[in-house]
Design a protein around this ligand. Structure first.
Ligand code: NAD
Ligand code: MG
Length: 400
C-alpha cells in the first residue's frame, strides 16, 4: 500500500519526538489533523515510547540511535501492521530533516547532537521550528548564512525568542536600529535557586535542580535554567536570530514567567508578549505562522496572577551568565566551546560526579585554556566542540 499524502496537509518531521518539546508539538499537531500530518519521528533512548508514538501518529519514517534499535523497532511496527520505515543514526536524522516531501521540521533534539540534522533542514530550505538552541549557539554565523542561502524560514520556539519575534515588526531583518529598537529585554525566571542562600548551592541535588518552579522541561535544560546558563545560551541565540549585539540584549529576572520577553523602542514604547508558561503557545504560533491556531493552552488569568515582579540578575550567584556574555562578545569558537563544556559539566552533575557550583568553574577553566579562533566551516565548529569536551573531561577528573 502506498503512503497516503494529502497535499493540502503539511508534512511535519519532529526531531526529538520523545522529549518534552517533541511531545508538546505532537499534542498541538493532534488538535489539527486537517492541517498537519506527522511525516517522521525521532527518539534516542526511550524506544518503547517512540513505538507508542508511531502507533498513534503512523509516520512514514521513524529514526532511532543505531542499527540494533532500528531492527527491533522495525520488527515491532511491522508486527502491528504499520508500514513505517525505521532509519538510524545521524544519516537517518538528516534524511528525514531534508526529505523533499517535508514542509516543516521541529528541531527538538537536545544539545550538540541536534546540530547536523537541524542544519540539514535549513540547507534544504525547510520551515525550521528551532527549539534546539545549542545548534545555533555553536554554529551561529554558518547557520544564519545557510538560512539566507537556502531561503529556509526560521521560527524560534524558545518562549523568549518567540515572544521577541512577535514583538518585532515584520521587517526587523533590515536592522534593529533601523526599525527603532533600542534593546531587547530577555526575561528569566531565575530558576529554583534564585533565593537559596549561596552557601547551600554546593550541596544541591540533580532532583532539586530539575524541579523548575514554572516550566516542565528535559533534564539538561532544567539544570541550565537553575545555573542560568540557559539564559546565557539564549542571549547568544538572540544575537544571531535578531542580528543584535550582546550589549543590545539585557537579561531581566521575572519570577512569574508570564511575560516571555520584551522589545524596547526608541520612542519609549515597550512591547511584551504574555501567556501561561506552556510551550504549546510558541509551538502553535510557529507551526501556524503567520496564522493563529488553538494550542490547548488555558487563557491567561491576570486577576489570578495579580502581580508581576522584576529584578536584575545576580552574577555572583549565576557566573554562567557572565561566561556566556563573554563568549558572545568574543565570538568565533568561544560559544561552541562554552556550549560543549557546559554539556559535559551538566551531564557530570546529573550523574552526581560533581557539585552544582563546579559547573561554571569547569566551563571557565575550559574557556581560559584555549585561545578563541575564527570559524570557517562546520568542521571548525565540530573541532572546537570536541576540544572543549576533551578539556572539560580533564578538568572534571581533577575535581574528583
Ligand atoms: P528532552 O531531554 O525532554 O528531549 C530531548 C530529545 O532529544 C529526546 O527525544 C531524545 O530522545 C533526543 N535526543 C537526546 N540525545 C540525542 C542524541 N544524541 N541524538 C539524537 N537524539 C537525541 O529535552 P527538551 O526539554 O524537549 O529540549 C529539547 C530542546 O529544546 C533543547 O535544545 C532545549 O534547550 C530546547 N528547549 C526546550 C524547552 C522546554 O520547555 N523543554 C524550552 C525551550 C527550548
Ligand atoms: Mg527559553
Amino acid at each position: 500500500m502506498g503512503w497516503p499524502v494529502n497535499s493540502s496537509v503539511q508534512q511535519i518531521t519532529v526531531l526529538g519526538a520523545t522529549g518534552s518539546i517533541g511531545l508538546s508539538t505532537l499534542d498541538v499537531i493532534a488538535r489539527h489533523p486537517e492541517r498537519y500530518q506527522v511525516f517522521a519521528l525521532s527518539g534516542f533512548s526511550r524506544l518503547g515510547e517512540l513505538e507508542a508514538l508511531c502507533m498513534l501518529y503512523r509516520p512514514r519514517f521513524a529514526v532511532v540511535a543505531d542499527h540494533v534499535a532500528a531492527v527491533q523497532l522495525q520488527s515491532n511496527l511491522a508486527a502491528a501492521g504499520l508500514s513505517t520505515q525505521v532509519l538510524h543514526g545521524k544519516a537517518g536524522l538528516c534524511e528525514v530533516a531534508a526529505h523533499a516531501e517535508v514542509d516543516a521540521v521541529m528541531a527538538a533534539i537536545v544539545g550538540a547532537a541536534g546540530l547536523e540534522p537541524t542544519l540539514a533542514a535549513v540547507q534544504a530550505g525547510k520551515k525550521v521550528l528551532l527549539a534546539n538552541k545549542e545548534a545555533l549557539v555553536m554554529s551561529g554565523a554558518l547557520f544564519m548564512q545557510a538560512v539566507k542561502c537556502s531561503g529556509a524560514v526560521l521560527l524560534p520556539i524558545d518562549s523568549e525568542h518567540n515572544a521577541i519575534f512577535q514583538c518585532l515588526p515584520g521587517d526587523y531583518a533590515r536592522g534593529l536600529s533601523r526599525v527603532g529598537v533600542r534593546r531587547i529585554l530577555l526575561t528569566a525566571s531565575g530558576g529554583p535557586f534564585r533565593e537559596m542562600p549561596l552557601a547551600q548551592l554546593q550541596g544541591v541535588t540533580p532532583e532539586q535542580a530539575c524541579a523548575h518552579p514554572n516550566w516542565s522541561m528535559g533534564r539538561k535544560i532544567s539544570v541550565d535554567s537553575a545555573s542560568m546558563m540557559n539564559k546565557g545560551l539564549e542571549l547568544i541565540e538572540a544575537c544571531w536570530l535578531f542580528d543584535a549585539t550582546p550589549a543590545q540584549v539585557e537579561v531581566l529576572v521575572h519570577p512569574q514567567s508570564v511575560i516571555h520577553s520584551l522589545v524596547d523602542y526608541v520612542d519609549g514604547s515597550v512591547l511584551a508578549q504574555l501567556g501561561n508558561p506552556d510551550m504549546r503557545t510558541p509551538i502553535a504560533h510557529a507551526l501556524a505562522w503567520p496564522e493563529r491556531i488553538d494550542s490547548g493552552v488555558a487563557p491567561l488569568d491576570l486577576f489570578a496572577i495579580a502581580r508581576l515582579d522584576f529584578q536584575a540578575p545576580d552574577e555572583q550567584r549565576f557566573p554562567c551568565l557572565r561566561l556566556a556574555r563573554q563568549a558572545a562578545e568574543q565570538g568565533g569558537t568561544a560559544p561552541a566551546m562554552l556550549n560543549a563544556a557546559n554539556e559535559v559539566a551538566v551531564a557530570a552533575f546529573l550523574e552526581r560526579r560533581i557539585g552544582f557550583v563546579q559547573i561554571p568553574s569547569i566551563i571557565e577553566s575550559v574557556l581560559s585554556a584555549e585561545a578563541v579562533s575564527s570559524v570557517e566551516d562546520l568542521d571548525g565548529v565540530l573541532a572546537a566542540d570536541a576540544r572543549a569536551r576533551e578539556l572539560a573531561e580533564h578538568y572534571l577528573n581533577r575535581c574528583r
